[in-house]
Write a protein that binds this ligand. Structure first.
Ligand SMILES: *Cc1c(COP(=O)(O)O)cnc(C)c1O
Length: 451
């Protein structure tokens, strides 16, 4: 399989090169040059467990790592998950919850990042190279990225976060990791300051090259690829083609579902569930993609106005026409909005947005009616499934993206006195922490990376 950019400036890249490139060098996103049709394999694939299916699906997209090696990397990526099937399925009346939070940091990002960590490690060893990963986090992504590469000899990871502005639990998940290749940098400033620092440092191409800076952000193709697997897996376990309701921020997760459907997995509709940051819900209702103000909600991992993976969907929507896509994105970048002639009609997607009160009501209802505790991100999807029920025929799967114990404040707000627990988090209390406090200045952060 070869990869090309949505903007037309990059073609014929191997998988490994696309892994290392991340964002395409022409500013677009990398996509496979063709989408494999797997319909002929489905009867056999129905019998496979998660890891075997992951090996089969991923090998459709990776032909430049020997298959036995690839299989081993996949096996290792999922060895640390604490569910026997890697992902869990829970049935609440006629809804299925697909639990993707059984990895080391209890959020779905582990599914992709654990594999990315294995892939990077292998490729860097092969090439005799070292990578410095730089990232900024407002909470969830930092710990998942750290868990993916901790202890790897060829990687150092530097995570910037706003000091005193992430939850104590989220900070502990990062700062208690003892491996010496992990560097948690508490910036005296806001999350915007952290992102600004990162952008400036990545923009300094000399520094970037000199220090082999890389990122693990959600535009990396390998992350999307890893996420296709659980949609395939869940769809093959469903008696009829399933609908998926996906709590959505950067559109990476639900785009993987779209690809799974294009590959021929038995998938019906895809529902995009957003919180009050509703740029995507507005797009699917009207065809207008227009930036709004960021709202801070109970589901912070979805507090995103510009969905970085959405460009990949638009590329396919425009019939893989890179010129048309580039024009649309240019409008968006210039004017803060761009429009289709009408609401998109692709027969697959629907969308709705869910506010904080509805999120809390959903947590309370699922607890009362089913004795199940939803995290606030999953609660957004749960509510969206109810709102869209008329349009969702057949079995519906709600994608559960985080363990509720990660968001105890929201849960307690919904159900006073309810305290969701998880051993992994309980064990963090009192562990030694390591962090470097720095001023919100480029020179200070560069100083840490230069050692
Ligand atoms: C990142 C995240 C999301 C959003 O996923 P996208 O791929 O950005 O759409 C949803 N829920 C949780 C818990 C997350 O960490």
């Amino acid at each position: 399989m070869k990869y090309r950019s949505t903007r037309g400036g990059v073609q014929g890249l191997s998988f490994v090169d696309s892994l290392l490139m991340g964002l395409a060098s022409d500013g677009g996103l990398l996509v496979p040059e063709s989408i494999p049709d797997v319909r002929g394999n489905l009867a056999a694939w129905r019998q496979l467990d998660f890891v075997d299916l992951a090996q089969a699906v991923i090998s459709e997209f990776v032909d430049d790592i020997p298959r036995p090696v690839l299989d081993e990397l996949v096996t290792r990526a999922y060895a640390q998950f604490d569910h026997p099937d890697v992902v869990g399925e829970v049935h609440l009346d006629n809804l299925t919850l697909l639990e993707l939070f059984h990895g080391p940091t209890l959020a779905f990002k582990d599914v992709a990042l654990q594999l990315l960590g294995q892939l990077y490690n292998y490729v860097l060893q092969q090439r005799g190279e070292h990578l410095n990963i730089l990232g900024a986090t407002s909470g969830d992504t930092g710990s998942a990225a750290i868990a993916a590469v901790r202890g790897q000899a060829n990687i150092d990871i530097y995570i910037l976060y706003p000091d005193n502005k992430v939850s104590p639990l989220q900070e502990l998940q990062m700062t208690t990791v003892a491996d010496s290749n992990v560097h948690c940098i508490a910036v005296d400033g806001s999350f915007d300051d952290c992102q600004g620092l990162m952008k400036t440092i990545f923009g300094d191409l000399d520094f970037k090259a000199q220090h082999q800076l890389g990122s693990v952000n959600s535009v990396n193709w390998a992350r999307v690829m890893a996420q296709i697997v659980y949609y395939g897996y869940a769809s093959l376990r469903s008696p009829e083609p399933a609908n998926f309701v996906v709590p959505t921020g950067n559109f990476g997760n639900v785009f993987a579902a779209y690809l799974a459907k294009q590959m021929g997995f038995p998938i019906n509709k895809l529902a995009v569930a957003t919180n009050e940051n509703d740029i995507l819900a507005r797009f699917f209702a009207t065809g207008e993609y227009a930036r709004g103000d960021v709202h801070y909600t109970l589901s912070p991992a979805m507090d995103i106005q510009i969905a970085s993976n959405f460009e990949r969907y638009l590329f396919f929507y425009f019939g893989q026409d890179a010129d048309r896509l580039a024009e649309f994105m240019q409008h968006f970048q210039q004017d803060g909005k761009a429009c289709l002639d009408a609401a998109p009609e692709d027969g697959t997607f629907m969308a709705t947005s869910v506010n904080n009160d509805e999120t809390l009501a959903a947590i309370a209802e699922a607890h009362r009616c089913h004795g199940y505790t939803l995290d606030p991100h999953t609660a957004v999807a749960y509510t969206a499934a109810q709102k869209l029920a008329d349009q969702l025929q057949g079995p519906t799967v709600i994608v559960a993206t985080a363990h509720p114990a990660k968001f105890p404040e929201a849960v307690a707000q919904a159900v006073p006195g309810l305290v969701p627990r998880h051993n992994t988090l309980d064990n963090l209390a009192g562990m030694p922490q390591r962090k470097l406090k720095v001023a919100a200045e480029v020179a200070a952060v560069k100083g840490v990376i230069s050692g």
